[in-house]
Design a protein around this ligand. Structure first.
Ligand code: HEC
Length: 155
């Protein structure tokens, strides 16, 4: 192939690719972004699910919360020299296992106890990673007025 023809071909292919898949914005969420969008709302909603004895939804939200930490560890594997997968495992695994067990048993008292452990795990990680100023607690008033947390029978 002649060089000029080769170049024309490359340009044509590149133009085609650009038209087919416009480049995505290069957004890199920070740890604070991920906590705010993937972790905090799920921690809040998990409390409402337990208060409403909505075990199906509580199971869904506990699973979302657990996997949010997996995804965060993939997105930010190291935060200020700390291994995030290890820190999440250390602070969240046992509490989330306890939440799962309480949900399976449909046991409100066990759920409250386990929820307290989850919240303790949040704060332990914040303290270990030099963020004592970020203090999590059980939600004391309602948020998400557009979501019904009452159980709904499966169809
Ligand atoms: C693996 C460690 C770890 C765990 C576990 C963890 N966090 Fe965080 N969280 C962090 C770090 C680190 C920051 C500070 C990020 C930064 O640099 O802004 C943070 C920040 C936050 C913030 C501050 C965001 C803001 O703008 O106010 C909130 C809220 C938060 N976490 C909620 C939670 C909740 C709720 C849990 C438990 C369900 C939790 N976190 C568990 C590490 C963790």
């Amino acid at each position: 192939m002649k060089p000029v023809l080769g170049l024309a071909l490359i340009l044509a292919v590149a133009a085609g690719a650009a038209a087919a898949a416009p480049p995505q914005p290069d957004y890199h969420p920070s740890m604070g972004d991920l906590m705010t969008m993937a972790v905090q709302p799920r921690h809040t909603k998990l409390a409402y699910a337990g208060q409403a004895r909505n075990w199906a939804y509580a199971a869904y939200e506990a699973d979302e919360l657990r996997h949010a930490f997996d995804r965060i560890a993939k997105t930010i594997p190291v935060y200020r020299d700390n291994d995030i997968a290890g820190a999440a495992q250390q602070n969240m695994k046992a509490p989330l296992d306890a939440i799962d067990a309480a949900i399976k048993a449909r046991n409100p008292a066990a759920f409250s106890l386990a929820y307290g452990k989850v919240t303790k795990g949040c704060n332990a990680c914040h303290q270990n990673l030099s963020h004592r100023e970020i203090v999590i607690r059980s939600p004391t008033s309602g948020a998400y007025p557009d979501q019904d947390f009452a159980p709904h029978p499966a169809k």
